[in-house]
Design a protein around this ligand. Structure first.
Ligand code: NOJ
Length: 547
């Protein structure tokens, strides 16, 4: 059997509104992405070297949730281009050996989707049961106690019929009823539509919520919740997240992927390592190829995971223990829903140093790494004046505009992004591709080196993960074929002082936050700078260290 492409891939997430504007409207578009593909991978080591791109939603949408409110699954939003541009993007990606993933939003549609408009129109409409419609309780109360992820109740009254409909997110995002076989079939057909056009797979939005308790039973209250905590955490999402029936639906989705060769599903899921692992399926039936593990970003809401070797070790240990044999984890340090990495880890002003170490860790781990656009140049959250804020989620929870600002291609006032006023303001000018491209000391160069090293080094792509003993505040792991001598060591120091980490066998530093260390022979230990990281390739590994 040939090895599946996603096992060796590094995936780059593009937020299409913010990558590159080509038509001067201040909004990024598909044509812009085409123009920047060579930056992502032109086949040479001067490019970033990513193997696949995931585009956040590109479909027609009223843009209440910036594309996660889809009004036509089989089209392209005019802000982004046309079907012709999409076809060209697919072809241009493939010409460079880049796979293209779109973002499938199965849990809900827009309230402007024709299905919902029909469904809302009358109690007898044939599509009535495509969504969740319930009358108020006899006492006038809401149908159940579920909250919306974005705050407030998950039910809104529709004047047309006097019933409430369920929306796990904005009221403009009504939830689809996946217990109705017609809904399942229609959504499966969306996948087929895009597979036929050449799309290589999908990131699947809120995978874990598509199947809910059959009676929509109330969620239990969370005894640990305190006033001031995020409202949605006031209950335990027992009956509408990771509900057992969801795993059956996942396996049926997988069968649609398997109707076509080499199509890949990566699910947005939340939970413990065990819950995440369940999405991969079991011995009898496969589920998703990959399920995100976001625990480096956040474990228990609403806190961020601290940059702490002990915590990171535990996260990976748990993930490795829980995941089914033959599957591999999928880690990310950022995405369009969370504060950017440097901003999260900058309490002492040393976020950039941590970002350098993060690049080495992410590429060193056994996983399919996902990199959010701009992470490779150290983009930070941008402070946005109230009147320029866009994301409605801010009204009841937290807004996500600061981490969605335009990609910074150069230091000019337009950042090389757009000739027009951009849809969100730019960040600090000194973080840009242009300045970092040829600078060996830059974060971009480090990312590029890490990605290409991984490509050249079989043990980094395929080898097993083994945690080794190391001092508190450091993390040492090896990668290599099961049962064989280690081929690569990765060491991380999350403390503010220099440390010396013992390694079991000699090798050569292939990558280090302190780049002058690269090429140094290592006998029995690796020296790490404060907050530093390094990767050592053991003698005997077949990787090509030279270019
Ligand atoms: C998760 C997406 O990542 C987020 O951006 C979106 O708002 C919700 N799902 C709802 O689709």
């Amino acid at each position: 059997m040939t090895r599946e492409w996603w096992r060796d891939a590094v995936v780059y997430q593009i937020y299409p509104r913010s990558f590159q504007d080509s038509n001067g409207d201040g909004i990024g578009d598909l044509e812009g992405i085409i123009r920047r593909l060579d930056y992502l991978n032109d086949g040479t080591e001067t490019s970033l070297g990513v193997d696949a791109i995931w585009l956040s939603p590109t479909f027609p949408s009223p843009m209440k949730d910036f594309g996660y409110d889809v009004s036509d699954y089989n089209g392209v939003h005019p802000d982004f281009g046309t079907m012709e541009t999409m076809d060209r993007l697919i072809a241009e990606c493939h010409a460079r050996g880049i796979k293209l993933l779109l973002d499938w939003v199965p849990n809900h549609t827009s309230d402007r989707h024709p299905w919902f408009i029909e469904s809302a129109s009358s109690l007898e409409n044939p599509k009535r049961d495509w969504y969740f419609w319930r009358s108020a309780k006899p006492d006038g109360g809401l149908p159940n106690n579920w909250r919306s992820v974005f705050g407030g109740p998950a039910w809104t009254l529709s004047e047309e019929t006097g019933q409430f409909y369920l929306h796990s997110f904005l009221k403009e995002q009504p939830d689809l009823n996946w217990r109705n076989p017609e809904v399942e079939r229609a959504m499966h057909d969306v996948l087929r539509f895009w597979f036929e056009r050449g799309i290589d797979g999908f990131r699947i939005d809120v995978m874990g919520m598509i199947l809910k308790h059959p009676d929509l039973a109330d969620n239990p209250v969370n005894p640990r919740w305190r006033p001031g905590d995020r409202e949605r955490s006031s209950q335990i999402w027992l009956n509408n997240r990771n509900y057992p029936d969801v795993f059956g639906a996942v396996k049926r989705i997988r069968r649609v992927f398997d109707e076509y060769p080499a199509k890949t599903a990566v699910g947005e899921v939340f939970g413990t390592a065990e819950e995440i692992s369940a999405y991969y399926g079991d011995d009898r039936e496969p589920g998703l190829h990959l399920a995100f593990n976001f625990q480096f970003i956040h474990e228990i809401e609403p806190w961020h995971t601290p940059w702490d070797a002990e915590i990171m070790k535990r996260i990976v240990r748990d993930a490795e223990r829980a995941i089914p044999a033959g599957s591999q984890p999928c880690f990310a340090f950022g995405n369009h829903d969370r504060m950017r990495f440097i901003t999260r880890h900058n309490e002492d002003g040393r976020g950039v140093e941590r970002a350098r170490a993060a690049a080495i860790v992410l590429m060193g781990l056994r996983n399919t790494p996902f990199v959010y656009y701009g992470e490779e140049i150290g983009m930070e959250d941008v402070e946005i004046p109230e009147e320029q804020l866009q994301d409605p989620a801010r009204l009841r929870t937290f807004g996500r505009d600061p981490e969605r600002t335009p990609m910074q291609w150069d230091a000019t006032p337009s950042r090389g992004f757009s000739e027009a006023e951009p849809w969100l303001p730019y960040g600090r000018a000194d973080r840009n591709v242009d300045e970092q491209f040829a600078d060996d000391g830059s974060l971009l160069s480090l990312y590029r080196a890490a990605i290409w090293l991984r490509k050249r080094t079989a043990s980094l792509r395929e080898g097993a993960y083994r945690e080794l003993e190391s001092l508190d505040g450091t993390w040492l792991f090896e990668r290599g074929a099961t049962g064989a001598a280690a081929a690569a060591y990765v060491a991380l120091n999350t403390t503010g002082h220099a440390v010396r980490v013992a390694v079991p066998s000699p090798g050569t530093v292939a990558l280090a936050t302190l780049r002058s260390e690269e090429g140094r022979r290592v006998g029995q230990h690796i020296d790490l700078e404060p907050l530093g990281a390094a990767m050592v390739i053991a003698d005997g590994e077949r990787s090509i260290l030279g270019r």
